[in-house]
Design a protein around this ligand. Structure first.
Ligand code: NAD
Length: 334
């Protein structure tokens, strides 16, 4: 029987893993471990046919040779990111790596809209007031309707296109900028020719471009200087695409009325970790948390049952495909 070992298993993956295991019980034995592929596990690969990993830090390139020596020529990473792998070293050892490029664009799109609604209707302020038994109405919690707003979508790929469709459904006017416009979105949104043009006359800017080196600080002070006063900024893309300190300056001078941050450029040590009662050593993050006009979430836009299911099913299917056919759909070093 084929034997697969799944490393770095998290509690939230267990249910989805058990379902996959049950579906393949007649052909595959699956060994689960919370450990990473290192140490003693490198010596226990002789009877293993395929592996799935959820590596978050640098993967030691020497381990590629160990896998190859054990007849394993493929790693199925359970995330979209694969920058933790040294691809030339993987190629040298004959190891293919697959990822999960898209696990639930709808989840991220819906969260971007959720956070926009929170900013527009001030739900964070209302919740905070009510928790203090302050039931008053005042201007700080007076909202607007989404259908009255002009929404700007930066990047209309898998996620941005869905965001545009949802806002279109609300009756909002949707504008977008993308270096590769999608003609299928005609009727849903209106493309403009630059980011500077996009920010000039919109109420909400929602970011959906990749965090590539070219896109570092694409949304910077010069861009934000062009914005219509009162702009709301929503970042569920990658922290690096938004210059956080420039954002803070524009919040201070009231050009920007509010921001929802799901991804932060220096989130590494903090997001996904319990930092309760521990001092934050990042003064910018501390400042953002104290602000009344900023709402923060810890890179959870994707985090739904559907996304976790896909993050398990797609890589395990890839492991099986590679074992059977020496190929998989999402190889990043073909
Ligand atoms: P995608 O590749 O499908 O779409 C990206 C779009 O951006 C493309 O249409 C591309 O042409 C456009 N683009 C790229 N550079 C641009 C630029 N400089 N100016 C204008 N347009 C540009 O990507 P996606 O799957 O929709 O992902 C969008 C973002 O969401 C990525 O940053 C991704 O990392 C992020 N993401 C966040 C979470 C989360 O939980 N917060 C989860 C998954 C993905």
């Amino acid at each position: 029987m084929t034997k697969i070992k799944v490393f770095d298993v998290r509690v939230d993956e267990q249910a989805a893993l058990q379902q996959w295991i049950e579906r393949h019980a007649d052909e595959v034995e699956v060994v689960l471990t919370e450990d990473s592929l290192e140490g003693k596990h490198l010596e226990q690969l002789a009877d293993i046919d395929g592996v799935s990993i959820s590596q978050t830090t640098h993967f030691n390139p020497e381990y590629f040779q160990v896998l190859a020596q054990n007849g394993i020529h493929h790693i199925a990473q359970r995330s979209a990111g694969f920058d933790m792998y040294d691809l030339p070293a993987a190629n040298e050892a004959g190891i293919k790596i697959s990822n999960v490029p898209s696990y639930s664009p709808q989840s991220i799109a819906e969260f971007a809209v959720t956070r926009t609604l929170a900013l527009v209707r001030h739900t964070h302020r209302i919740d905070r007031n009510v928790a203090l038994q302050d039931f008053t109405w005042d201007l700080a919690v007076q909202g607007r309707t989404i259908e009255s707003l002009k929404i700007g979508v930066l990047g209309t790929g898998r996620i941005g296109s869905r965001v545009a469709k949802i806002f279109h459904g609300f009756g909002a006017q949707v504008y977008a900028y993308d270096i590769a416009p999608n003609s299928e979105l005609e009727g849903i949104l209106t493309y403009v020719d630059s980011l500077e043009e996009l920010v000039k006359d919109i109420d909400v800017l929602t970011l959906h471009i990749p965090g590539s080196p070219e896109n570092k600080y694409l949304v910077n002070e010069a861009v934000l200087n062009q914005a219509k006063a009162g702009l709301l900024v929503v970042n569920t893309a990658r922290g690096i695409v938004l210059d956080t300190e420039a954002l803070i300056r524009k919040l201070d001078d009231k050009t920007i009325a509010g921001a929802a941050i799901d991804t932060y450029e220096n989130e590494g040590p903090y997001f996904k970790n319990d930092w309760t009662n521990k001092p934050l050593e990042d003064p910018v993050l501390s400042h953002l948390l104290e602000r009344d006009d900023v709402i923060i979430s810890p890179h959870v836009a994707f985090y739904t049952d559907e996304a976790v299911q896909n993050l398990v099913d797609i890589p395990l299917d890839e492991v099986l495909s590679y074992i059977k056919n020496q190929t998989a759909e999402h190889i990043v070093n073909p």
